[in-house]
Design a protein around this ligand. Structure first.
Ligand code: ZN
Length: 471
């Protein structure tokens, strides 16, 4: 007879018999670079030849759609509807990866061929996001094979444009809103707080990229003949940045400082260790009076991602004509996305910097989301993970990074619970991307247990937020 333990044992066996590494290898070999137009066909091949069979084998109906927006990759919906009266879970993953950076990997490693070494599984996309959706699909498979059915309904969405800002995902969800309606969403991406302890996060920080440009004149002019006579764009640019932050990166614009770090959120973050993963946290940096966890998960942060003026490799004793910087604000709920750039404009104008232009970077933004930590689904998932792992999960109000979670929350009004399967040192978006064998195995067990619990628990529909009123 199928039991919670037997489903978990099945997931362990799949991992221990090599099934996980073998299947992940196949997924990693598909060069799903969404930023590279010449690899476009790989995005479709990933969904058609690899994800579809995985889901079809466990009774899912598959449909692959062209992206509703030009330049966006295809999107897959996999559905297994056992009974419309049962709870319906939405899940999400992305098949695309960042550029491979082939020449920068350590000796013996290469982006598109999996190497297992020292308890690590190396390969581009292992952590972000291929292992994450594979673990969830395989945990569902263990439940179905062992139990004979899911006991709930699942709608799985896999997109292929996450690394280019989830192009078209919002339009796609608007178009398929009725079809994708669900009671909760459980998905996986990003790192655990501690590689040995399950983490849950209930939203993500938003992210807005923008460019500040100072464009004074064409060409460069001799700094001896013209110094003191021609305005220097790089100096204007530097002043613009100091309008935004002080010398330790503390935000100066009132609208950019969140008001949502409530005592309840601070309490939730109290036992969260500082983000870990290979680099030492700067002691004299960030908002004074906040712990590292509060700065990462409960506060906003500004970064200059790239900066440009003149040519540092071939400077010619000249005053540049232009200067620009690509900047980013990561922000938590309570910061109004629509007010970010207007308040910067006001601040620049008040500081005599009207010549500094603000330009959006190809619609590169995601809004911030955060579920109430008292939400009944949050508690349910926390208890389940604790039961399987024997450890108290780390609960984050939101991820420090950004995800297209605003799409799910805004359009479906669904509770979102994210359960990451990687760890902070995984080098995602960098050479030597990898996941940990032990963490992956642990995650498979946890998800198998969680899906069993969802199948077996006799839910009342009032658990889902949008049905509260009609219950
Ligand atoms: Zn990524």
């Amino acid at each position: 007879m199928a039991t919670r333990e037997s489903v978990i044992r099945k997931s362990e066996k799949y991992f221990d018999d090599g099934g996980f590494v073998e299947e992940l290898s196949k997924l990693v070999e598909v060069e799903t670079e969404s930023q590279n137009p010449s690899k476009r066909h790989e995005l479709h091949r990933y969904l058609e030849d690899f994800i579809s069979p995985l889901l079809k084998n466990i009774g899912f109906k598959i449909e692959i759609f062209a992206n509703p927006v030009l330049n966006g990759g295809p999107i897959l919906i996999g559905e297994r509807i056992e009974d419309p009266n049962l709870v319906t879970m939405l899940s999400y993953g992305h098949g695309d990866v960042t550029p491979p950076q082939e020449d920068e990997w350590n000796e013996g490693l290469t982006p598109y061929k999996i190497v297992v070494k020292g308890g690590r599984i190396y390969g581009r996309g292992t952590a972000d996001n291929k292992c994450q959706h594979l673990i969830n699909i395989r945990a569902l498979a263990c439940l179905i094979e062992e139990r004979g059915s899911l006991g709930f309904n699942v709608k799985f969405v896999i997109e292929t444009s996450e690394e280019i800002g989830s192009i078209g995902l919002r339009e796609f969800f608007l178009e398929h809103k009725e079809r994708l309606k669900s009671d909760l969403m459980i998905a996986s991406d990003g790192p655990r707080v501690d590689k040995d302890v399950p983490t849950l996060f209930m939203g993500s920080r938003g992210g807005l990229c923008f460019k500040i440009d100072v464009n004074l004149r064409e060409g460069q002019n001799h700094s001896g003949n013209w110094g003191g006579l021609l305005a220097d764009p790089a100096i204007y640019l530097a002043h613009a940045i100091t309008c935004i932050v002080d010398s330790r990166g503390q935000l100066k614009i009132p609208e950019w400082r969140p008001r949502s770090l409530t005592p309840k959120i601070r309490l939730a973050l109290k036992n969260i260790p500082a983000p870990m993963g290979g680099v030492e946290i700067s002691s004299e940096w960030g908002e004074v009076g906040l712990t590292p966890a509060e700065r990462a998960f409960g506060w906003n942060s500004f970064a200059v991602l790239a900066i440009d003026s003149g040519d540092p490799k071939a400077q010619v004793n000249a005053i540049a004509g232009k200067a620009s910087a690509i900047c980013q604000l990561r922000f938590v709920v309570g910061t109004e996305l629509d007010e970010i750039l207007p308040s910067l404009r006001r601040e620049l104008d008040n500081n005599d910097l009207a010549m500094v232009a603000i330009n959006k970077v190809n619609n590169n933004f995601l809004n911030a989301t955060r579920e109430d930590l008292d939400n009944v689904w949050v508690k349910f998932c926390t208890n389940s993970l604790a039961k399987t792992s024997g450890k108290n999960p780390h609960i984050l109000p939101n991820l420090a990074g950004s995800l297209p979670n605003d799409v799910f929350v805004d359009i479906l009004n669904v509770t979102t619970v994210w359960i990451p399967h990687s760890y902070a040192g995984c080098s995602q978006h960098a050479p030597n991307e990898h996941i940990l064998m032990a963490t992956s195995r642990d995650s498979l067990r946890n998800m198998a247990g969680l899906f069993w619990d969802i199948a077996e628990y006799k839910f009342n529909f009032h658990m889902s937020r949008f049905q509260t009123t009609d219950y």
